[in-house]
Design a protein around this ligand. Structure first.
Ligand code: SF4
Length: 71
């Protein structure tokens, strides 16, 4: 499975870091970063473990600006 994050629309609420700290952390400007990701177009992408699907789904469903996608 993969996770995508549209970093430039993040508003810095930190919910994703709370729900999935192995995938998201906050940068020096207080915005979320998808750890170990590669930028492709508007999104940062990375592979994710199936084991982490529940946490990533909570992050995606909780993101107030809907910029996290689990595929
Ligand atoms: S949940 Fe969404 S808006 Fe909040 S910090 Fe994470 S990516 Fe940004």
């Amino acid at each position: 499975m993969k996770v995508r994050h549209k970093k430039n629309e993040c508003i810095g609420c930190a919910l994703c870091e709370q729900e999935a700290p192995e995938y998201f952390t906050m940068d020096d400007e207080g915005m979320a970063i998808l750890i170990d990701s590669t930028k492709m177009g508007a999104f940062h992408h990375r592979k994710a473990l199936e084991y982490d699907r529940p946490a990533l789904t909570r992050a995606a469903e909780g993101c107030p600006v809907n910029i996290i996608h689990v595929d």
